[in-house]
Design a protein around this ligand. Structure first.
Ligand SMILES: Nc1ncnc2c1ncn2[C@@H]1O[C@H](COP(=O)(O)OP(=O)(O)OP(=O)(O)O)[C@@H](O)[C@H]1O
Ligand SMILES: O=C(O)C[C@H](Cc1nc2cc(Cl)cc(Cl)c2[nH]1)c1ccc(Cl)cc1
Length: 324
């Protein structure tokens, strides 16, 4: 049909009409529905461009990928994983929202939340280190978002300050799900009457994911020793991020990737003088070689470091602390 050529794709939006009926609105968006502005950044396979919706004037970041390049670099799988994962993570403030995808002759388009605050890494570099209050706020928002992902069976597998973006209110927006793992959620046996034998939460979910290694400084030991990532792998990276916000550098960093990996599997890291004691205790309970012994999310939320944090929607309504 013509709208296919026009690079449009149909996306469905649930809305409530005049007499309170929930209706499905079919929205066709394509390249011509947006006016494109400045380039916000470049990735290995993508360009992210500022754009406004011509009808609604809403601002977006549109990630544009060249089809030929994607195919040549064998990244088709990653692009489709990013789309499918973002489509599963639609209702949490800490995830960069995917509004539409469409394509034309040469490109694929992801229409995403605009994150005017840039990357957490950029802010950290300008500040050198964060104080405890800022570290508490940003790590609490990151943890709340990890909790949401894990509850939907998604392991990010490449959490790092570059992938934590900030919106105009300096609130966290986690991005880059092309290397995420969607754990198989148990499906009722098609021949059965559709009732799962147990409460599906108790069914043994596929827990381990293999064949991808993230960014050296944040890679978990289990990924290096037995090639498998699990939900706890994201919590290892979370421990590295807390350390880095307070220390100004990641815990495991050496001259090259191989030496960094050696430090990780040997748990070879130290705390700088003056590293806050309570934060140190939390990091020590996250940077644990055995994934099963690493603090789990509920216990992290109850750790003394997060005293004063109200978990849940309020965490996202409060003003971000001034970065000093
Ligand atoms: N939603 C967004 N809002 C604002 N800036 C963004 C957004 N998404 C990405 N960017 C910026 O655009 C640049 C490219 O991001 P993109 O995700 O396309 O590639 P990347 O993941 O950074 O690179 P690579 O693909 O090599 O890992 C990055 O600097 C990123 O900070
Ligand atoms: O799931 C869909 O809607 C369909 C397509 C799937 C898809 N078509 C592709 C064509 C090319 Cl050349 C490359 C990739 Cl990665 C491709 N992925 C699609 C369209 C747009 C985007 Cl951003 C992602 C996937």
């Amino acid at each position: 049909e013509d709208w296919q050529e026009r690079g449009a794709a149909v996306s469905v939006r649930q809305e409530v009409d005049a007499n309170g009926q929930t209706v499905a609105r079919y929205i066709k968006k394509g390249v011509r529905d947006f006016s494109f502005g400045n380039t916000l950044g470049e990735g290995s396979y993508s360009t992210v461009v500022f754009a406004t919706d011509r009808q609604t004037l809403k601002e977006y970041a549109i990630k544009i990928l060249d089809k030929r390049h994607i195919i040549k670099e064998r990244k088709v799988k990653y692009v489709n994983i990013e789309k499918d994962t973002l489509n599963r993570l639609t209702d949490h403030p800490g995830i960069v929202r995917l509004y539409y995808t469409f394509q034309d002759e040469q490109s694929l388009y992801f229409v995403l939340d605009l994150c005017k605050g840039g990357e957490l890494l950029g802010v950290l570099k300008r500040m050198t280190t964060f104080d405890e209050e800022c570290t508490r706020f940003y790590s609490a928002q990151i943890l709340d978002t990890i909790d949401y992902m894990h509850k939907r069976g998604v392991i990010h597998r490449d959490l790092k300050p570059e992938n934590v973006l900030l919106d105009s209110g300096m609130h966290v927006k986690i991005t880059d799900f092309g290397t995420a793992k969607m754990l198989k959620t148990p499906r009722a046996d098609p021949n059965s009457n559709g009732i799962l034998p147990l409460d599906s939460a108790e069914l043994p979910q596929e827990e381990r994911a293999s064949s991808f290694v993230g960014t050296a400084e944040y890679v978990s030991p289990e990924l290096l020793t037995d090639k498998n990532a699990c939900k706890a792998s994201d919590l290892w990276a979370f421990g590295c991020i807390i350390y880095q916000l307070l220390a100004g550098r990641p815990p495991f960093k050496a001259g090259n990737e191989y030496q960094t990996f050696q430090k990780i599997v040997a748990l070879d890291y130290e705390f700088p003088i003056g590293f806050p004691t309570v934060a140190r205790d939390l990091v020590e309970r996250l940077l644990v070689l055995e994934p099963a012994r690493r603090l789990q999310i509920e216990h992290i939320k109850n750790h003394e470091f997060f005293d004063g944090i109200t978990w849940g929607p309020d965490l996202w309504k409060q003003k971000a602390p001034r970065l000093k």
